[in-house]
Design a protein around this ligand. Structure first.
Ligand code: PSU
Ligand code: MN
Length: 312
């Protein structure tokens, strides 16, 4: 892919230096800030994820748009701004051109973040849960899936959001050639819960094995992402049978209210937080921080091995 022209995106000096040295870098999304979490929890979470990554020996690169310019490595001041603004757009693949041309602020989704991270040469990206195939809406498939199918990057997540149709989402991942690695688990995690009853392609218990799998996958020239799924920390996880009825209520309410398109995921996550009296929100925060830690360890393991990644 031709690099994006310089004047429309900016890489912070520390991120640029780390990429140049093949030092470990972890990309972070901002849709979770602008469209997922309430203020000021969203700002605290962004700062916490960055410090976890730094403590683990990697450089965080939080990606987002300010005034139509794409940043890889937002400053603290820019994060404060994105955490507060009410007018940020949710930026998936289709939204970049519009947001850039009209000088929007924007929070990048998994799809949007993966595109930019890969374009600037970052190999690892931490998020909460990827988008997928929605329940009760057969044509609502998140752009996260087709983008991951053609973007060679390691994505660390807690599976797909449990508000989705998880079996259908896993089938899509298989069809599109995206290996699903269970990090210290044999099961595809269900975002809020450890277990979904669905198998992963392979279990990996160490960051070194994940790095070796990624190096082999990309080294072969395969262009799909490697999806690393990490169960939420045991202390914060909610058993699937305890949360399923709230998920079903939230999905039903979205359907009844006629919620569609990009508004669906933010609506469902907000409903889940209300229906669980905030319990799902704290699970969401804990798994995001845990994923930042695991992603940083994988980025460190990748940068320790001879870099032979053919994913320019
Ligand atoms: N986390 C949240 N809220 C969100 C998202 C994550 O707490 O809205 C975003 C993610 O960035 C994910 C996106 O990529 O939702 C999926 O949305 P859609 O189904 O519209 O593609
Ligand atoms: Mn959608």
């Amino acid at each position: 892919m031709d690099p994006i022209p310089r004047e429309i995106f900016k890489i912070s000096p520390d991120v640029k230096a780390s990429i140049h040295k093949h030092a470990p870098v972890v990309a972070l999304e901002t849709a979770v800030m602008t469209h997922g979490l309430p203020h000021p929890i969203n700002l605290q979470l962004a700062a916490d994820m960055e410090s976890i990554i730094i403590k683990a020996g990697a450089t965080p690169a939080t990606i987002g748009l300010i005034d139509g310019i794409i940043y890889a490595g937002l400053s603290h001041q820019q994060l404060v701004h994105l955490s507060e603004t009410k007018v940020a757009r949710k930026i998936s693949q289709r939204d970049f051109g519009v947001a850039m041309a009209t000088h929007c602020d924007g929070g990048t989704t998994v799809a949007g973040t993966a595109i930019i991270a890969h374009a600037v040469g970052i190999h690892v990206f931490a998020t909460g849960g990827i988008g997928g195939v929605h329940r009760l809406a057969p044509f609502d498939v998140s752009a996260d899936l087709p983008v991951l199918a053609r973007t060679p990057i390691v994505v660390v997540c807690a599976g797909a959001k449990a508000i989705l149709d998880l079996p259908a989402t896993l089938e899509y991942l298989e069809t599109m050639g995206i290996p699903v690695i269970g990090y210290q688990t044999d099961e595809f995690p269900a975002f809020y819960s450890h277990s979904s009853g669905l198998p992963v392609s392979q279990r990996a218990d160490t960051p070194e094995l994940v790095a070796e799998i990624a190096r082999s996958h990309f080294g072969l020239g395969l262009r799909s992402a490697v999806l690393v799924t990490v169960p939420p920390p045991a202390s914060a996880a909610i058993p699937a049978e305890e949360i399923e009825s709230q998920i079903q209520s939230a999905v039903r309410q979205a359907h009844e209210q006629g919620i569609r398109g990009a508004a669906t995921t933010p609506y469902l996550l907000e409903r889940m937080s209300t229906l669980t009296s905030g319990r799902s929100l704290s699970t969401n925060l804990e798994l995001l921080k845990n994923n930042a830690q695991v992603a940083a360890e994988i980025a460190c393991a990748l940068s320790r091995q001879p870099a032979r990644m053919l994913i320019a």
